[in-house]
Design a protein around this ligand. Structure first.
Ligand code: ZN
Ligand code: ZN
Length: 211
């Protein structure tokens, strides 16, 4: 799993910028791209730098309709016309692609990857099955981190959460998790890093995680 775009950068050759995008690699299927950052050039340049072939992406999931998550979509669809798309209902109608699935309810995307469904009419997050349990991946967490973790718990016991946490400050909800990666729009990033030093990993473009 690799974060390709974030507000912070992990490696000097990568471009940062306000936005979020992440690549999920699981056995047996082509990689899944979750969100596309704020613009095409940043996304495509970071992918090239990380050795990720845009044509090799099988599925693109968009968390929500904000430009810092959808901005690179048009560019990647120009290079990869075959990728299947999963977009929240709040974004449908504006997206053209080979195969577009509009998401409202929880849905299985692959053997290991599930969508929470569109929560509060704005955003979907992913529940990824790993040997350790469920890893939650969120774009901005506008519906609330607690709500997202609760929704992802339908698929198994949540052990970790990665993504933008927005204004989340109900820090107790994170205790008991073994992996916390606050990215992108997380307003209380330093508080979270300080409260959970053992569990936290600092996010940034180019961060790779083996789970
Ligand atoms: Zn965002
Ligand atoms: Zn947002």
């Amino acid at each position: 799993m690799g974060s390709t775009s974030d507000n912070e950068v992990k490696s000097e050759n990568l471009r940062g910028g306000w936005g979020f995008s992440s690549l999920i690699e699981t056995p047996n299927i082509p990689p899944i791209l979750f969100d596309t950052g704020a613009d095409g050039p940043t996304l495509l340049q970071n992918m090239e730098e990380l050795g990720i072939d845009p044509k090799g992406i099988g599925t693109i999931v968009i968390s929500h309709a904000h430009g810092d998550h959808t901005g690179g979509l048009r560019s990647i669809l120009e290079v990869n016309k075959e990728a299947e798309l999963y977009v929240p209902a709040s974004l449908s109608g504006t997206i053209r692609g080979a195969k577009v699935t509009t998401v409202t309810e929880p849905i299985k995307i692959s053997e290991e990857v599930f969508s929470t469904g569109e929560l509060k009419g704005i955003e979907q997050s992913l529940a990824i099955k790993t040997d350790k349990g469920i890893l939650v991946m969120a774009g901005c967490s506008h519906p609330g981190v607690r709500e997202i973790i609760d929704a992802a718990s339908k698929f198994g016991k949540v052990y970790g959460v990665i993504g933008g946490f927005h204004g989340f400050r109900d820090f107790n909800r994170l205790s008991g998790l073994s992996l916390i990666v606050p990215c992108h729009c997380t307003q209380y990033k330093s508080e979270i890093l300080e409260l959970f030093p053992q569990q936290c990993i600092r996010c940034g473009a180019g961060l790779g995680l083996e789970q």
